[in-house]
Ligand binder design. Structure first.
Ligand SMILES: Cc1cc2nc3c(=O)[nH]c(=O)nc-3n(C[C@H](O)[C@H](O)[C@H](O)COP(=O)(O)OP(=O)(O)OC[C@H]3O[C@@H](n4cnc5c(N)ncnc54)[C@H](O)[C@@H]3O)c2cc1C
Length: 402
């Protein structure tokens, strides 16, 4: 007698979000009042979502991000002593004493932005989404395959379960498998370099000043944290990054101290050194039939201009508003014109800085003469032309968008 195969379990929802990282969670939270039935699929465990481990990243947040995070309730969940204001930023070329200078805007208590650890953003976003009655957040649910057509999306989990949705959203990292499966081509830029991030303490005050130093083929960012602590971000060729990560904590600290020209005195390593490969990604479009890309799946930025999550959050909120409006009007939430409009707007917001960031990395990490002359010229131009500086400031702080 032949056994009849059991048909796989099938679940239906309005929106299926693949990936519960900061972007996917922000989208789900932004759809809280929409009345739509949302299923979030995440490969990590519930415990990893609830108690994410520090991952070395401190995220610089813009004014617009703070506003959006406050509206979503994320900001209020961040521990106050982990929200570090950025009052001034200096861009330094090599060992030159000259620097491009960004001061805080002219208002009492104003800042350029804030630094917050990435794992605390993840934790805050999880805590905001978990109580949402319309969101079913499923941990340990790795997506194996996503297909879409004019009717909707069909998602197969690794355990064989099938999810059907009117709209799927890919928020599954810059290496998004979902994006590839639905046929969205993506320009990936592998810089052949890696970034090491860690926390250090130091002898002298940093005075809430962020430094971005371009030295030889390296970039070194020293970002101010509470007290005499800082977040260190070093980008360098991958083989050197591995060597730097393997150094003893004392040798590593001495190396950073020397590279930073002893500006904050003696430095000591206080956290783990975490290494990330530097690969940027920009999808050719941010939608397919009944599918949208958000977060790094749409735009994976080089961290030097500190905009990955800022863009991810902005895009997620924009998409959520379009979906909620369509639903309220009784329209199709997965209609192509809606998704295409989101894609157009998010490209308009992200493309200039994405291209400028990659260009900047090119100019500031090459050591030939034209690049050296160009970077020196750019710093002087930035300081000498207030409109250029204002434009840069607005792009980096998103003050005028807030
Ligand atoms: C060193 C460094 C410094 C940075 N600094 C800044 C900064 O200062 N400012 C800033 O704005 N941004 C910064 N960023 C960028 C920021 O961290 C990212 O943009 C942001 O974390 C991306 O969020 P995301 O939700 O799109 O993706 P991720 O955080 O990558 O989350 C994706 C989620 O999808 C899940 N997933 C993947 N595949 C599947 C699957 N098949 N099934 C189910 N789940 C899946 C993963 O488990 C993960 O939880 C920095 C990044 C780095 C590396």
């Amino acid at each position: 007698m032949t056994k009849t195969a059991k048909s796989p379990k099938t679940t239906s929802c309005d929106i299926a979000i693949v990936g519960a990282g900061p972007a996917g969670l922000s989208l789900a939270r932004a759809l809280k009042e929409s009345g739509l039935d949302i299923l979030m699929l995440e490969s990590s465990s519930e415990n990893e979502l609830k108690n994410p481990k520090p991952d070395g990243r401190d995220i610089a947040l813009t004014h617009l991000s703070r506003q959006l995070m406050t509206e979503l309730g994320l900001w209020q969940k961040l521990p106050k002593n982990e929200i570090n204001p950025l009052r001034e930023a200096r861009v330094i070329n090599g060992t030159s004493p000259y620097f491009l200078h960004f001061e805080k805007p002219d208002a009492p208590d104003a800042t350029l932005g804030w630094l917050v650890p990435n794992y605390l953003i993840r934790k805050a976003a999880y805590e905001c989404v978990k109580p949402c009655k319309n969101v079913n957040l499923r941990a340990n649910s790795k997506v194996a395959l996503t297909r879409t057509d004019s009717e909707g999306a069909t998602i197969t989990l690794e355990n064989g379960e099938i999810i059907t949705a009117k709209l799927a959203v890919a928020a599954d990292t810059r290496f998004s498998q979902t994006r590839r499966q639905v046929g969205i081509a993506t320009r990936m830029r592998d810089f052949g370099r890696s970034v090491i991030v860690c926390r250090m303490k130091h002898e002298l005050s940093h005075e809430d000043i962020a430094y971005e130093c371009f030295i030889d083929e390296q970039t070194l960012a020293i970002l101010p944290l509470f007290g005499k602590n800082c977040s260190v971000v070093v980008t360098l060729p991958s083989y050197e990054a591995a060597q730097l990560q393997a150094m003893s904590p004392r040798a590593f600290a001495a190396y950073i101290e020397e590279r930073f020209q002893h500006r904050v005195g003696k430095m000591t390593l206080t956290g783990e050194r975490v290494l990330y490969p530097l690969v940027a990604a920009y999808a050719d479009r941010f939608y397919a039939e009944r599918l949208a890309l958000v977060g790094d799946a749409a735009v994976g930025m080089h961290p030097v201009t500190a905009h990955g999550y800022n863009f991810g959050l902005r895009g997620a909120v924009d998409l959520a508003q379009r979906i909620a409006k369509a639903h309220e009007a009784g329209e199709d939430i997965g209609a192509t014109p809606l998704l295409a409009a989101y894609s157009r707007q998010h490209r308009k917001v992200t493309r200039p800085l994405y291209l400028a960031t990659n260009g900047l990395v090119e100019i500031y990490t090459k050591d030939h003469l034209p690049a050296r002359l160009l970077r020196r010229g750019l710093l002087h131009l930035g300081n000498a032309l207030p409109p250029v500086k204002r434009l840069l400031m607005n792009q980096l702080t998103e003050l005028s968008a807030a």
